[in-house]
Design a protein around this ligand. Structure first.
Ligand code: ATP
Length: 375
């Protein structure tokens, strides 16, 4: 097997495109539902639009329960979607098992958070990788070619010399090495896109950077499109080209990673950044934590708030935020940087005044940098 190093597809070519992706999970029926005829659902993901391109990492950031893993599973087609479209190279794709699903999985691979759970403890590295190569038709024509393909996979994830690792069982490897094997197994399909769901969150802090550097190397050498799911916005700045922020099942901000992390526009992104441990900002941590507590908890996804879902926690909320869902609005002067927030609609701000409908118990926020026309 030869991994398609820098394949002909141009960097930036769209691989996968989601439009209006929505997933509602039904919740257990209550007696009252029988009388009302309604069935409650968890609004796990609503109206998510996202594009994955060759040679680019797109980070999807948000706190626990915001819907990130559900988006990854929708992209992997492990769940049927409630609504919306998913296109592979411009064509709608909807597969439910069988050969079509296997073809899809050959092009789009998912890497899980838990390297301890994703490898079968009774099988060796050789078994896991051979199986992946065979399933995806990349095992070569004979034993020598298979051996060469196995060595290529381990070399690609910097587990060298390959013979040191190939016959090891998962328990003989460190967490970082197991995640490298899981990545090598995904590469066994020779995919175009990797969906990495919190790939480093269960690893020691000291080895996280090594795995992110490996993924970056793969993005460049194999021209992969990578969806990087994380709750750690600081790592998104370091690793991703583009960053999208999710809150309570909806996307609230997006743009290139530098703009989103250095000049966050949505009040939720600002809160996320303030509560992220940042070695350059150690003095501010206690203060930020206190502010978080004041800003409350994520809402129920069974009955999500009307309008902007962040409005009950938002120190800048206006009346319109409580009733109208904000569209994606451009953030002044930064091409491609948007926020789904009425603060970026000058007319609304002028008419209602920033914070005019905010809960008075929310602590006073730091100064907002709004576009001039909205001040
Ligand atoms: N199979 C399911 N059935 C019912 N509800 C679900 C199911 N899977 C997820 N949910 C709900 O959907 C919401 C989004 O969950 P999801 O796991 O996608 O969030 P997340 O941002 O990935 O969180 P985490 O970082 O904790 O994994 C949560 O409220 C979760 O409880």
């Amino acid at each position: 097997m030869t991994l398609s190093e820098s394949p002909a597809a141009p960097v930036g070519e769209v691989v996968l495109e989601a439009e209006g992706l929505t997933k509602h999970f039904p919740v257990r029926r209550k007696l009252s539902d029988i009388f009302t005829g309604k069935r409650a659902v968890v609004h796990a993901v609503d109206d998510v639009s996202l594009t994955l391109r060759r040679g680019r990492v797109t980070a999807l950031v948000g706190e626990s329960g915001s819907g990130k893993s559900t988006v990854a599973r929708l992209f992997a087609q492990l769940y049927p979607r409630t609504a919306g479209d998913l296109r592979l190279h411009g064509e709608t794709t909807k597969v439910h098992g069988g050969r079509r699903f296997r073809d899809y999985v050959s092009r789009v691979q998912l890497i899980f958070q838990d390297p301890f759970g994703s490898l079968n403890p009774v099988h060796t590295v050789r078994y896991h990788l051979t199986r992946a190569l065979k399933i995806h038709g990349n095992a070569g024509k004979n034993a020598e070619e298979l051996e060469a393909a196995l060595a290529a996979l381990l070399t690609r994830v910097a587990m060298t010399p390959p013979e040191r690792y190939i016959d090891k069982f998962p328990h003989e490897l460190s967490g970082g090495q197991r995640q490298r094997v899981a990545i090598a197994r995904a590469l066994g399909a020779d995919p175009e896109a990797l969906l990495a769901d919190e790939p480093v969150s269960m690893l020691d802090v000291s080895i996280r950077l090594g795995i992110l550097n490996l993924l970056r190397d793969l993005k460049e050498r194999l021209n992969l499109a990578i969806l990087y799911i994380t709750h750690d916005i600081a790592s998104a700045r370091y690793f991703a080209d583009e960053t999208m922020v999710m809150y309570a099942g909806r996307m609230v901000e997006g743009g290139d990673s530098e703009s989103v992390t250095q000049n966050p526009a949505h009040p939720y992104t600002r809160l996320l950044i303030e509560s992220a441990p940042d070695p350059d900002r150690i003095a501010g941590i206690a203060d930020a934590t206190a502010k978080d507590r004041g800003n409350g908890e994520p809402p129920s996804l069974i009955r999500p708030p009307s309008g902007c879902r962040f409005h009950p926690r938002c120190p800048h909320a206006m009346k319109r935020c409580t009733v109208d869902l904000p569209p994606r609005l451009e953030v002044g002067g930064e091409p491609g940087h948007w926020a789904a927030c009425w603060l970026y609609d000058a007319e609304t701000v002028a008419k209602e005044g920033v914070g005019s409908a905010a809960d008075p118990s929310i602590p006073t926020p730091p100064a907002l940098h709004l576009p001039e026309e909205a001040r």
